[in-house]
Design a protein around this ligand. Structure first.
Ligand SMILES: Cc1ncc(COP(=O)(O)O)c(C=O)c1O
Length: 468
C-alpha cells in the first residue's frame, strides 16, 4: 500500500536525523509535493506514524517528531559513600585532563566541554562583532561587581523561566560557574567546615572544597532520582553541615533531575537545620524533554538558597562568564570577595553575552541543541552497550551531555585512562568524582562530540582495553 511505503520512507528520514525530536514535520502539501502522492495518502501515512508514536499531532500546528524515550540500559547502582566528612584528595590529575582539551589531536571524551559544533557560535560572533565595532567608554572600562546592568537584565529574564523571580541588580556576574561556587562557599563557610555534596559529583566542586580547606560529606545519590533526602536528613543529625552544594537539574556526572517535591523538601530541610543550599544550575536549560525545570532557588522563601550558573555549557566556555544570586544577607560580602579576587568579570564578554541573549535566538538554539544532545547521548549509550562488556551499567540522563558508566569492580579506570591517553583518547576516571577516590571502576564520557567514525573507533578501543 502506497501510504505504508511513504510512512517507511519518512521513518528512515527521521531515523537518519533529517528531522530531529521536537521539530515540526513539513506540512501535508509540502510532503505531497515531495513524495509525488496525494494529500490523503500523506495523511494516512502520518496517522500510521502517529500510532507508532514516532510523531505526535499538536492542535492547529501540525505533526511533530516525538522526543524518544530511552532504550533502557542497566543503570549504575545508587551510591553508598562512607558518610563521614573528609578532606578532598587526588584531584591533581584534572589539570592534566583539562590541558588535553586544548590539544586538537585528542578524541575528547574526558572533560565535559561541548565541541564548538554544538555552540551558537555564529550568533555569538555577530554579538562580539557589534561589541567590538561600538567599542566605547563602557566596553573599554572595568565592570566592577555586581556586573553590567544589560547582562543582569537578560539573566533576570532567563531566571524567570526556571521560576526564580529576582531583580536584575541582585545578580552578581562572575568569571564562570567555578568562581560562582568558590564565592558561594567562601561566603557561607570557612576552612574545616562540613559541606554536604551528592556522590558522585562534578570534580571542579571537589577542587573548590579542597582549595578552601573544607571537608566534604558525600551523600548517597540515585542515578535517576538524585540525592537521597532521607540520607541527608540522617547525616544532618550527626554532622554540623554548613552548606550543601547540589546540581539538581541534569546533574554532572549522572544526568538526573531532582523532582519538585524533593526540591521543596530540601529547602525545608535547610530551614529546619539552618544550613545554606548552593544550587549549581549550569545544565538547567539542557533538558531532553524541552521543558525548563524549576530551580531549587524558586522554592526558597527565606534566603536559604544561593543560585549559581554560567554560560559555559549553553553559549561558550571561553567567554568566562557566570552568575549567581545570593540572599540579601550575603550579597555585599560576596561582591567584595569578587572584587578582591579579580576586580570584575570581563567587560567584552559580558557585553557580547547580553547582546546575544537579547538578539541571538537563544530559545531556538536551545530547542535544537536539546534534541542534538539527546541523540548524541543515546548514540553513545548504544555504542557503549555494543562495544563494552555485557556487565557494563550506564546512566540514563534526563538532560546535559555526559554519561556515567559503571564497570566490573576489578577494573581501575585510572589505569584505563592512562592506557587510553596513549591512543590519544581522553576519558574522565571515576575516582575524580569523589572526595576520597571512590568509583575506581566508573568513568564519565563527554557525548558533546559530533558522532563520527573516529568517535566510534575510540569507543571500540575503550571497550577492548576494558576487556583485556
Ligand atoms: C556542574 C558544573 N558546574 C560548574 C562548572 C564550571 O563551569 P565554568 O566553565 O563556568 O567555570 C562545570 C564545568 O564543567 C560543571 O560541569
Amino acid at each position: 500500500m502506497l501510504y505504508r511505503e511513504i510512512a517507511t520512507r519518512l521513518t528512515r528520514q527521521i531515523e537518519a536525523g533529517l528531522y530531529l525530536p521536537g521539530e515540526r514535520l513539513p506540512g501535508v502539501r509540502r510532503l505531497s509535493r515531495q513524495f509525488g502522492v496525494s494529500v490523503s495518502t500523506i495523511m494516512q501515512a502520518q496517522r500510521l506514524l502517529e500510532n507508532q508514536t514516532l510523531i505526535e499531532a499538536r492542535p492547529r500546528s501540525g505533526y511533530y517528531i516525538c522526543r524518544r524515550s530511552w532504550d533502557k540500559p542497566e543503570l549504575p547502582a545508587p551510591s553508598t559513600p562512607e558518610q563521614q566528612p573528609m578532606p578532598v584528595t587526588g584531584q591533581a590529575l584534572t589539570l592534566h585532563l583539562a590541558r588535553i582539551v586544548n590539544q586538537a589531536d585528542f578524541v575528547q571524551l574526558g572533560a565535559a566541554v561541548p565541541h564548538t559544533d554544538f555552540l551558537p557560535l555564529r550568533a555569538l560572533q555577530r554579538s562580539l562583532g557589534k561589541v567590538v565595532r561600538h567599542y566605547d567608554h563602557q566596553a573599554a572600562n572595568y565592570a566592577f561587581p555586581p556586573g553590567l546592568p544589560q547582562l543582569q537584565q537578560q539573566l533576570a529574564r532567563r531566571l524567570l523561566l526556571g521560576g526564580s523571580r529576582v531583580q536584575a541588580e541582585e545578580i552578581l556576574i562572575t568569571n564562570g560557574g567555578h568562581e560562582s561556587l568558590m564565592l558561594a562557599l567562601r561566603t557561607v563557610a570557612k576552612a574545616g567546615d562540613v559541606i554536604a555534596i551528592e556522590s558522585p559529583t562534578f570534580y571542579g566542586l571537589l577542587q573548590v572544597i579542597e582549595s578552601l580547606g573544607m571537608r566534604a560529606l558525600e551523600i548517597p545519590t540515585d542515578p535517576q532520582r538524585g540525592i537521597s533526602l532521607s540520607a541527608l536528613a540522617l547525616a544532618l543529625e550527626q554532622w554540623p553541615v554548613k552548606a550543601c552544594v547540589l546540581i539538581p537539574n541534569f546533574h554532572n556526572p549522572l544526568g538526573c533531575l531532582l523532582d519538585d517535591a524533593d526540591k521543596h523538601g530540601l529547602v525545608q530541610l535547610a530551614r529546619r537545620h539552618g544550613f545554606t543550599l548552593i544550587e549549581d544550575d549550569i545544565y538547567g536549560e539542557l533538558g531532553f524533554s524541552g521543558e525548563r525545570p524549576r530551580t531549587l532557588h524558586s522554592f526558597d522563601q527565606d534566603g536559604q538558597v544561593i543560585y549559581c550558573s554560567s554560560a559555559s555549557k549553553t553559549v561558550a566556555q571561553g567567554l568566562r562568564v557566570g552568575w549567581m544570586v545570593l540572599p540579601q544577607q550575603y550579597r555585599a560580602q560576596a561582591e567584595y570577595h569578587k572584587y578582591l579576587t579579580n576586580l570584575g568579570a570581563p567587560t567584552l564578554s559580558q557585553l557580547a553575552l547580553a547582546d546575544y541573549l537579547a538578539h541571538g535566538g537563544h530559545e531556538r538554539y536551545l530547542r535544537q541543541v536539546q534534541s542534538h544532545y539527546f541523540s548524541q547521548v543515546e548514540r553513545f549509550s548504544r555504542a557503549v552497550r555494543k562495544h563494552f562488556p555485557a556487565s557494563t551499567r550506564v546512566s540514563q540522563p534526563a538532560g546535559g551531555f555526559v554519561l556515567w558508566v559503571e564497570l566490573e569492580p576489578m577494573i581501575d579506570t585510572l589505569t584505563l585512562t592512562h592506557r587510553m591517553l596513549q591512543h590519544r583518547v581522553s576519558i574522565a576516571p571515576g575516582r575524580l568524582f569523589s572526595a576520597n577516590q571512590k568509583y575506581h571502576n566508573c568513568l564519565r564520557l563527554n557525548c558533546a562530540q559530533p558522532w563520527s567514525e573516529i568517535i566510534e573507533h575510540a569507543l571500540i578501543q575503550l571497550g577492548r582495553e576494558i576487556a583485556t
